[in-house]
Design a protein around this ligand. Structure first.
Ligand SMILES: [Mg+2]
Length: 128
């Protein structure tokens, strides 16, 4: 399998780096990793090219993770691309909503690389 092209969406640049580091520590074979700080920026990236995996925060200004998921529904290059939500304690209702509008799973903060691997690896086509 070729290296994974990944999009990390979070309004916190620190959290984006933590997510990327966790993916590397989880042993995923990362290629290009792009970042976006809200759903609108993320949709713009998705419209520009195909990703193998998208990880997205739920709570973000401008366009949150749920609106982002709804926006992805109409984007051809997003078809079949797994989206995993990064959530905080106490946001169960929003997680349920995210799963109902297309998210393939969620990771609760704080998380370990092992938890990231557990959630993400089964969503990737073989070899990871
Ligand atoms: Mg946030």
């Amino acid at each position: 399998m070729s290296k994974l092209r990944v999009l990390i969406v979070d309004d916190s640049s620190v959290m984006r780096k933590i997510v990327e580091r966790s993916l590397r520590q989880a042993g995923l074979d990362l290629g290009e990793v792009l970042e976006a700080s809200n759903g609108a920026e993320a949709l713009a990236e998705v419209n520009k090219g195909k990703f193998d995996l998208i990880l997205s925060d739920i709570n973000m200004p401008a366009m949150d993770g749920l609106e982002f998921l709804r926006g992805l529904a109409g984007v051809e290059s997003a078809k079949g691309v797994p989206v995993v939500m990064i959530t905080t304690e106490g946001s169960e209702a929003r997680v349920v909503e995210a799963l109902s509008v297309g998210a393939k799973g969620y990771i609760r903060k704080p998380f370990t690389p092992e938890q990231v691997k557990e959630r993400v690896a089964p969503l990737l086509g073989g070899g990871q």
